[in-house]
Design a protein. Structure first.
Length: 360
């Protein structure tokens, strides 16, 4: 969901506030969470299949990009003549109510905090709060040095989530200090780990870090997109960079392209499949991410095995693929191999799967 019904919003909503965003009612949000958890507990009768139950759901996420006024308002309030963050405390109440609602029904579901948008307005008072500042405030830290403030009710979550979209290639860091693109996850990990130590996030114990939205549109079909080959290469590199920074789950936005109705500017062509169902190269990269990276006189090879078995890394020389390393892997195991530097593209294969070739 992306907003509250009008009856669950706060009073006196300003005309400029987006519908569904204005001070949503945490109590109502908790009741919604309980209803969701009951319906998708795995035991709720399927109304379309007598005698069967609806499938169970293991993870629930409450809200979307709460550091944007499009989804949660106000972002800032004025107190004693100065602007102060408002959306982090508003969202903490929503999140905690949502957490309690889910856990009142099932005690083993994952509760995922809303994914934060990657960019904000540097000056206070804008419609977009920078994500690193939003997360610090959510976790009761006063500043970038992570000085703790009073935290009457710590945030409750099992997973912290972010949407690390990039304005360029995946290695390009955000320009503003509190924005968080693909290589910048430390700006969120540091406050999260400190909050775990101080009891500013509950229940006690380490939290996972997810990235549930990241992608680039492609040309074709979007004239302003990147090439198909570049999308595939950047997808694999994005997975590697996020994994290296501690992300345990990465989701690509989207599976299939939207049709340009009414235009390319208002729709997404970031799928790993075209709108007519044809696969892009990125579909293969998603199934079998593989990256070759030159580091001094060595070549580092990274990937995620799509199947268990004997995985072979190969180098193409003089038109023929030659094995340079092999190892046993489990399904979905992250693997890393280092070889002496050689010119030419590399690829990996296991069972019937073959990765896209990649040149360091």
């Amino acid at each position: 969901m992306t907003g509250a019904p009008r009856w669950a919003e706060g009073g006196n909503r300003p005309a400029q506030a987006a519908p569904g965003s204005w001070r949503p009612d945490p109590v109502a949000f908790g009741e919604l969470a309980r209803a969701l958890a009951r319906r998708y507990s795995g035991e709720y009768p399927d109304p379309n299949a007598p005698g069967s139950a609806l499938p169970g759901v293991h993870a629930y996420q409450g809200w979307n990009e709460p550091n944007l006024s499009l989804y949660l308002a106000p972002q800032w309030t004025r107190r004693h003549g100065r602007l102060e963050p408002a959306s982090p405390s508003l969202y903490r109440e929503l999140l905690n109510s949502f957490y309690r609602g889910i856990r009142s029904v099932t005690d083993d579901a994952l509760v995922v905090a809303a994914g934060t948008a990657p960019y904000g307005d540097p000056a206070p008072g804008g419609d977009r709060m920078p994500p690193a500042r939003f997360i610090r405030e959510l976790l009761c830290f006063r500043n970038a040095q992570l000085d703790a403030s009073r935290c009457a009710e710590p945030a409750r979550l099992d997973v912290l989530d972010h949407h690390p979209y990039s304005v360029g290639k995946p290695t390009r860091a955000a320009l503003n200090p509190d924005d968080v693109s693909i290589p910048d996850l430390a700006k969120l990990v540091r406050p999260l780990r400190r909050a775990e130590r101080l009891g500013h996030v509950l229940p006690a114990g380490p939290k996972e870090l997810w990235a549930t939205e990241v992608s680039w549109d492609t040309d074709p079909p979007d004239p302003d997109g990147i090439s198909l080959g570049r999308q595939a290469r950047w997808l694999a590199e994005t997975f590697r960079l996020l994994w290296r920074q501690g992300a345990s789950t990465v989701m690509w936005f989207r599976v299939g392209d939207e049709r340009p109705d009414p235009s390319y500017d208002t729709t997404y062509q970031s799928g790993t499949y075209f709108a007519d169902g044809r696969a892009k190269p990125s579909a293969r990269a998603f199934a079998f991410p593989f990256v070759a990276q030159q580091v001094g006189q060595r070549t580092r090879l990274w990937g995620v095995a799509p199947s268990a078995g004997r995985l072979v890394v190969e180098l193409r020389r003089h038109g023929t693929w030659h094995g340079v390393a092999s190892l046993r892997v489990r399904e979905r195991q992250v693997f890393q191999v280092s070889t002496r530097r050689r010119d030419g593209p590399y690829r990996a294969r296991v069972a019937s799967y073959v990765s896209l070739p990649d040149t360091p």
